[in-house]
Design a protein around this ligand. Sequence first.
Ligand code: DP6
Length: 396
Amino acid sequence: MRTVTCAAPVNIAVIKYWGKRDERLILPVNDSISFTLSLDEMYSKTTVSISPTFTEDKFWLNGKEESLENPRIQNCLKEIRRRASKRKLEGSDEDVLNWHVHICSANNFPTAAGLASSAAGYACLVYALGQVYGVEGDLSSIARQGSGSACRSVHGGLVRWYKGEMEDGTDSFARPIAPANHFPNLRVIICVANDGRKKTGSTEGMRRTVQTSRLMQYRIRESVGLRIDSMMQAIKEKNWSAFCDLTIADSNEMHAVCQDSFPPCIYMSDTSHAVASLVHQYNEIQISKGNLNNKVCYTFDAGPNACLFVPGAVANEMLSLLLRTFPPSSPPNADNFIRGMKPQTLSLSKELESIADENAQSGRLKYLIHTKVGEGPRVLTEDGAHLLDPVSGLPT
Ligand code: DP6
């Protein structure tokens, strides 16, 4: 039996992937750019075992056995096996490719956060399968076939997913464009909104947008390509202020095309808008003081939770501002309100205190996740890392 366990990170797009040109191969209508988040606070973990004694392929997700019929998982598995068959498997015969596989995956962050769990999950699955079958080379184009955004979680730091031009998708892959410390000491604050509404999933939402939104045609033809160029320039020049403006503009454009779809896809809630407005007020103050490097930016995926990118120098201030503006509604939540990296002393200037008090709405946010940007997937070798027993191949 061979058993490997890996962890893969979440990524958050600053130029969004929204819309496919090929649904089956998962090919996007535009390039996208993302930041990979640190594995310290949020990750997907997957154990893959292959053995000649297994009688069928099996899959467990977050503790529950699930069907492996899902075509997206099947596509990833098929592609890994196809690549493995092209090279001689180390110290083994061809039989290994006929062995059945057991896969067990779990996220360490609550699915309630609605945060790119499929991206981390598919990146982890493909990375772990790649390790077990000894597949080398680019794994992003395989992860892409699980979930588009997953292709970017295969790398750390700032990552660009090139949409590609070919019909067979061979030139649609993700590549790292800058390391995690490119903007030094950058923090991430995810504002988990108290919003249990059922949303339209990304796959359905983007299909509807491509089919019905005229504004989407403007985004594809006129806007997002130029924004990608400007973002590449901002990254190259380490221009944080421009990076922030472009990130905010692209998130807002994505949600505008969602709103323009028929029927509209509404992902941002009143709370989302309140967080966005607070960030703009905060940035006005920084701009008025000439501290452009202290600007904060927000971006929203297909849900109400804001993801903020925050320079380390103002991370504690931003956490304090959020805590004072959106305090937890009841004391039991208070202890657990800031999760992840522990903040240092929380304090606010009089000016920020009054902004918080003017905007205060308790109970709007469930909690904050405080983390940073980070590296790509890795193999876990520490004792007890496996989710499958290395002898029985069943969940531990
Ligand atoms: C809003 O990758 O979840 O997070 O390819 O259909 O699985 P599928 O969609 P998915 O879309 C994520 C879209 C987004 C923006 C982004 O991550 O770029």
